[in-house]
Design a protein around this ligand. Structure first.
Ligand SMILES: *Cc1c(COP(=O)(O)O)cnc(C)c1O
Length: 479
């Protein structure tokens, strides 16, 4: 049959809509959506004719294969209605996974956000005198209590915090930073580039592995506006090294009447060593050491929403609050509500491991992870069938988001080892796990697929998800 004849056999939009109506598709997905999907399907059919000189498989020899047509329409409509940002199970072993949304919020934060989304709120309104208030006020007061700062300013993320600190305090001037601390965080956040954007001149001192106090001292000129420390959060320089501590730098800053600021990256408001986790620098000790400003993220170890927190001297915070960039970088009411509720939890530190999902995950004991793995092995074996060897084994997780780069987190993972040794079956399995309603994201490493238990909460949902995948496996119609 010539292509022209084939085009002639394509059904009309009206006929397909009629069939779709018969199967209640417009009722379920809306008439407009259904029409869009029908036109899309016809476009695809014309492409098949053009490229392969044959009809698509949903048009049989005599007529339309109606069940197949409806399945194609429904699948497409189903897919289109899925949001771009979907819930997943993060079993990658990286708890604060930037690509998977970093920290999960505490229930108190979720409740607070819901309130301000639904109702008017005192975002910039003072109930005490019915006058304009400041949107960062409540959080600043909490931080004063929690970390001993004089004041605080909240912006969109920590990258924004660094940018506005530099732009406010050192535009057109020199900022001294150790060569060993010129970090790139990823996603084009590099300290030298941020300096340029802020209009500052970067003065690098020391060598990559060693920087001494005298290096800073000798670099100070009448153009110097700021001494800066950057936490080397995603790498570690080991061996013959030397760095100047914040407290030493603060001493020098005082002598020279220069402000000292620190970009902490993650920062932790609690001493992680008390939870048998590797210690991470704390903003309160920086403040106690006399730092003028310290900045850190809201959604890393703090466990709150994406935000950048700048805490420190009142007069410097005041300057930042009045910088034109603040208007561009300020947070919305949802972020502020969530951050306030999260910080509020830190007033009851003994409850934190229960109430802060990030800390809950980081502190889950190995025995619990192991018990969970044992519970899940049977159902996962059912999914994997006879092609894989499954076992629960020790694995190395990490906190993620640049926190504690070299310290690994002991964990337990369920591993899938293909009996054929074929990597192809591993990728197929990974695709299958990611193809469900709630995608399950693991990690392929050393020719195995690893599902790390440390990131797994909502176990009942997980089991339901696996059972659905198993059911779909049995339903799969041979092509
Ligand atoms: C993560 C990080 C940043 C960027 O923080 P965001 O909140 O992701 O914008 C900046 N500096 C350091 C040292 C970091 O670790």
């Amino acid at each position: 049959m010539t292509a022209n004849n084939l085009y002639g056999r394509l059904p009309s939009v009206d006929r397909l809509l009629h069939l779709a109506e018969h199967h209640n598709l417009p009722e379920r997905h809306g008439r407009t959506n259904t029409l869009v999907r029908i036109r899309q399907l016809l476009d695809e059919a014309r492409q098949v004719i053009r490229q392969q000189q044959q009809l698509p498989s949903w048009i049989g020899n005599r007529d339309i294969d109606e069940p197949q047509l409806c399945r194609l329409l429904a699948d497409g409509l189903e897919k289109q209605s899925q949001p771009g940002q979907r819930r997943v199970f993060n079993l990658t072993g990286t708890i604060l996974h930037t690509n998977l949304g970093r920290a999960q919020q505490a229930e108190a934060a979720i409740a607070a956000v819901t309130q301000v989304m639904r109702h008017p709120a005192t975002l910039e309104y003072s109930l005490a005198n019915a006058q304009r208030g400041h949107r960062d006020q409540a959080i600043s007061q909490l931080l004063q209590e929690l970390i001993g700062c004089e004041d605080a300013c909240i912006v969109n993320n920590n990258a924004a915090a660094v940018l506005i600190m530099l732009a406010t305090m050192a535009a057109g001037k020199e900022v001294i930073v150790s060569r060993g601390e010129l970090v790139e965080i990823g996603g084009s956040f590099r300290i030298p580039d941020v300096m340029k954007q802020a209009g500052c001149k970067l003065v690098e001192v020391g060598a990559t592995n060693r920087t001494h106090l005298r290096d800073y001292q000798q670099a100070i000129t009448d153009q110097t506006a700021l001494l800066m420390k950057v936490h080397t959060s995603n790498y570690m320089i080991q061996g013959f090294t030397s760095a100047v501590s914040e407290s030493e730098l603060c001493q020098l800053g005082k002598e020279q009447q220069l402000p000292v600021v620190s970009d902490l990256g993650s920062g932790s408001l609690i001493n992680l060593a008390e939870y048998d986790l590797p210690a991470e620098p704390m903003p309160q000790s920086m403040i106690a050491d006399g730092i003028n400003l310290v900045s850190f993220s809201g959604d890393k170890l703090l466990g709150g929403p994406q935000a950048g927190i700048i805490a420190g001297d009142k007069e410097l915070i005041e300057l930042i609050q009045h910088h034109p960039l603040k208007r561009a970088l300020r947070c919305d009411k949802m972020t502020l509500a969530s951050l306030e509720a999260t910080l509020n939890l830190y007033r009851h530190p003994e409850r934190l491991p229960c109430e802060l999902p990030t800390l809950a995950k980081l502190t889950r004991p190995l025995s619990e992870l192991n018990a969970q793995a044992q519970r899940l092995l049977p159902v996962l074996r059912q999914l994997a069938g006879s092609h894989f060897h499954l076992q629960a084994e020790p694995s190395m997780g990490q906190i993620g988001s640049g926190a504690l780069p070299t310290e690994q987190l002991m964990s337990i993972a369920i591993t899938f080892n293909p009996k054929s040794g074929s990597n192809q079956s591993l990728h197929h399995l990974a695709e299958q796990l990611a193809g469900g309603n709630i995608p399950i994201i693991g990690r392929i490493h050393h020719d195995k697929l690893w599902l790390c238990m440390r990131g797994l909460s909502h176990e009942a949902d997980f089991i339901e998800q696996i059972n659905t995948l198993i059911a779909n496996q049995h339903q799969e119609i041979p092509a």
